[in-house]
Write a protein that binds this ligand. Structure first.
Ligand SMILES: [Zn+2]
Length: 531
């Protein structure tokens, strides 16, 4: 049944091919202008329509009706550049019995002898019935080097009546000499919307109602492979129901980890370690593979990240339906970009090691513990959110100098390590160790700035931001000034080998003393600016 659907509805016109608009348009344009190439190379992952398109091209160039129209009228006046599917040639090509269209699977015929006997020795003869002799070679990268060589000679000087269509899933294994003699088309995976639209057409043809959320799930699980999507739909239709919702579909479709992953992330952002680990283990008990659980979790985290970054980036998530995407984006707002990235990295690592671990979910569990333990308790979190300007955590960039004054840390806490909401991308001790070098480079570039920088304390690293604390707000402001800040950031990048931002803050209590130190006085005398 599953194969039947795919074969039964194999597109018989270019218009029926799902997606690949750029390829269809180019080929039809070439047909229109009578400029069909002698060799094409179709690349792309499996099940996205390469062979289907190859057969359509073979059919169109040999279609009798189309040719009679082309011959009698000006071809550019023709509206459609499609095979008629009625003439003998079209019907025979569809049935696979047309003598002038030769299909070969290079995976099972890799040798030079096969290529020589079936292709090379035949190309010079004119077509038996059609206008073109068409050779479709699937999985062409499987050919042996000598077979490629034999083919190359023919491709170098192809007879006018020959059309080669090579298809491959692994373009990097095809010799450059072959590639350069072909017109190359890159087939892309279908988007979720394209897959759903295609499946809806098939459902209508079969007169079965399948809930859109079920079709979306198929699209998600088959990742743009049309053949797999149609095969999965075929399994659903084989249930024999007239209407198929989630309940019926769950009998056939693999369990979707989306919902469980969402609940898992929900527990994670709440810092609920046992809840998250419990959900992970119960989903494994239900038969979900750890790899697909983590894939789904990472996809959700990416969606949350795109949502958090803003600027319309969320449109690049095409994996989830609106409701799921909306829910995960709301969850993501509880975190910031640094923490979301950290979680993605941890789960990707866990996925890589899961295959080697005695307990496959162990590294995921450890990641959960780490991620939850670095989440500040509610009280600390609130304190941080008060001490920071609003929405700062949503921002990749450091705050502008204007908001630096709003950031004030209590000096009573200065004897203790400062609690940050962001995970440092570099250890503060490493920054400290290299600070003299940073300082020296600042000296080399600017005469007065070092005086200021020296008066500050390196208090910590938050995400990718190095924080300096100053006793005087004027100093913090000076360091935060765009030009100075950029200079220090450039030097940090050179010395630390990482893009880092700088943020200068001042301690509230010291405001009263401000202006009493020599540097401030000096600065005022020189126009109040260290540049
Ligand atoms: Zn025809």
């Amino acid at each position: 049944m599953s194969q039947t659907i795919y074969r039964k509805y194999r597109p018989q016109t270019f218009a029926d091919v799902t997606g690949q608009e750029h390829i269809k348009r180019t080929i039809q344009n070439q047909l229109k202008h009578g400029k069909v190439a002698h060799a094409y190379l179709f690349t792309g992952s499996r099940g996205v329509g390469k062979t289907t398109t190859a057969r359509l091209l073979a059919k169109t160039v040999n279609c009798e009706q189309w040719h009679s129209e082309v011959l009698t009228k000006d071809p550019s006046m023709l509206l459609s550049f499609e095979p008629c599917n009625v003439c003998a040639a079209c019907r025979e090509i569809t049935a696979g019995s047309f003598l002038d269209v030769y299909e070969m699977d290079a995976a099972s015929n890799t040798g030079v002898d096969h290529v020589r006997e079936n292709i090379i020795e035949h190309v010079r003869f004119t077509p038996v019935h059609g206008r073109y002799k068409v050779y479709i070679i699937d999985e062409v990268h499987m050919l042996s080097p000598s077979a490629f060589n034999a083919l190359l000679k023919t491709l170098e000087e192809p007879p006018a009546h020959v059309l080669f269509i090579l298809a491959t899933t692994e373009i990097h294994k095809v010799p450059a000499t072959i590639i350069s003699r072909c017109q190359r088309f890159d087939f892309r995976r279908l988007t979720a919307d394209e897959t759903v639209a295609r499946l809806q057409i098939l459902c209508a043809e079969e007169q079965v109602k399948v809930a859109e959320e079920v079709l979306r799930q198929i699209a998600r699980q088959t990742e743009g492979c049309e053949r797999d999507a149609e095969s999965m739909l075929g399994q659903l239709l084989a249930l024999g129901e007239q209407e198929i919702g989630f309940d019926e579909a769950s009998l056939v479709l693999p369990i979707t980890p989306t919902q469980i992953s969402l609940d898992f992330l929900d527990a994670l952002v709440r810092g609920d370690v046992s809840g998250a680990i419990g959900l992970l283990n119960s989903s494994l008990e239900e038969g979900i593979e750890i790899s697909s659980f983590l894939d789904e979790t990472v996809l959700l985290l990416r969606t949350a990240l795109l949502g958090l970054l803003g600027g319309g980036l969320e449109r690049f998530q095409t994996t989830f339906d609106e409701e799921t995407a909306g829910r995960v984006m709301t969850l993501g707002k509880t975190w910031n970009t640094a923490r979301l990235s950290q979680a993605i990295e941890r789960f990707l690592d866990a996925r890589r090691t899961s295959k080697m671990d005695v307990i496959p979910q162990l590294s995921t569990e450890l990641a959960v513990i780490d991620l939850c333990s670095t989440i500040p308790p509610a009280a600390v979190k609130e304190e941080i959110s008060i001490s920071k300007p609003p929405k700062k955590s949503d921002d990749l960039h450091p705050p502008s100098p204007l908001v630096a004054e709003n950031i004030s840390l209590n000096t009573s806490a200065s004897s203790e390590p400062v609690v940050f909401g962001d995970i440092p991308v570099i250890d503060v001790e490493e920054v400290r160790k290299k600070w003299p070098e940073v300082f020296q480079k600042i000296q080399e570039c600017n005469a007065s700035l070092p005086l200021i920088v020296r008066s500050g304390d390196l208090v910590g690293v938050e995400g990718n931001t190095v924080e300096l604390r100053f006793a005087y707000s004027l100093h913090a402001e000076t360091v935060n000034r765009d030009k100075n800040r950029r200079l220090i950031e450039e030097i940090l990048k050179k010395v630390l080998g990482k893009t880092m931002y700088i943020r200068a803050v001042h301690t509230q209590e010291s405001t009263a003393l401000e202006g009493d130190d020599a540097v401030s006085t000096l600065l005022r005398e020189f126009g109040g600016q260290a540049i």
